[in-house]
Design a protein around this ligand. Structure first.
Ligand SMILES: Cc1cc2nc3c(=O)[nH]c(=O)nc-3n(C[C@H](O)[C@H](O)[C@H](O)COP(=O)(O)OP(=O)(O)OC[C@H]3O[C@@H](n4cnc5c(N)ncnc54)[C@H](O)[C@@H]3O)c2cc1C
Length: 217
């Protein structure tokens, strides 16, 4: 069965949700299709939760400076606090009900599923065909690229999704990729991850126990 609309928006991340919402606000019949969560990477696995981690990690770093600047502070990192904030305050436990209602409240029609473009203005989702009379918007964003490293496929590794859903900070972490996302996650996890035994060993060797090590091939 074919369902018609003025505009179809595939991918309701930050970009697609904005476009779909504005078009619906303007009175067009809009079908918005999302295979994961409405809002996309930014609120669930990107900007928002990563900034919560950075904020928490900066607080740890600042407290550790007390000895040099203001007296004495004992710092015991507790990842469960930031994990709980991400789950409860940022992501609703990775539930997009509120975001879906934000879109449907504007008159948009929401379809959950993975769209395949089958024609100039036609897509299929779960066996149902949708046809747009005025436009098809592709706002499908990006996914992390997994580099062709021997052995990686057989190794449990994280992308930003696993990193931002982590219930515990890992004791150690190697981050591949020194772009903004890699650097901010590497620094924040480094400020959380070190056990006191490891700190003591590093301090005895005269090294900053929380410093990351850059590695260039
Ligand atoms: C850790 C991290 C931190 C970041 N921090 C910041 C920051 O501080 N500030 C900032 O500005 N940006 C930040 N970003 C970048 C930001 O998250 C992205 O720029 C933004 O999410 C892009 O939005 P988008 O709508 O283009 O794509 P996306 O958010 O990727 O959304 C695209 C959506 O399309 C859906 N989709 C894809 N294919 C289909 C299909 N065939 N059918 C149906 N749905 C489909 C996907 O499920 C996804 O939800 C960060 C990113 C990461 C990973």
């Amino acid at each position: 069965m074919t369902s018609d609309a003025d505009v179809i928006v595939v991918g309701l991340g930050v970009g697609g949700e904005f476009v779909a919402g504005r078009l619906a606000d303007a009175g067009l019949e809009v079908v918005g299709i999302e295979s994961a969560l409405v809002g996309g990477e930014c609120p669930y696995w990107g900007c928002v939760p990563s900034k919560m981690i950075i904020r928490a990690a900066n607080t740890l770093a600042e407290a550790r400076r007390a000895g040099k600047l203001a007296g004495h502070a004992t710092v015991e990192p507790d990842w469960s606090i930031v994990a709980r904030r991400i789950r409860e305050e940022a992501t609703d436990d990775w539930d997009d009900t509120v975001a879906v209602e934000r879109f449907t409240g504007k008159g948009g029609r929401f379809v959950r599923g993975r769209a395949t473009v089958t024609g100039r203005r036609t897509v299929v989702v779960g066996g149902q065909e949708f046809r747009a009379s005025r436009g098809l918007v592709l706002a499908t964003g990006t996914q992390p690229a997994v580099p062709p490293v021997d052995g990686l496929a057989g190794t449990p590794y994280w992308t930003n999704h696993e990193a931002l859903e982590a219930k515990q900070a890992p004791a150690s972490l190697t981050v591949a990729g020194g772009g903004a996302v890699g650097v901010e996650l590497a620094q924040a996890f480094a400020r959380f991850a070190f056990s006191s035994a490891r700190q003591a060993r590093a301090a005895a060797r005269g090294r900053n126990p929380r410093a990351g090590r850059p590695c260039r091939p």
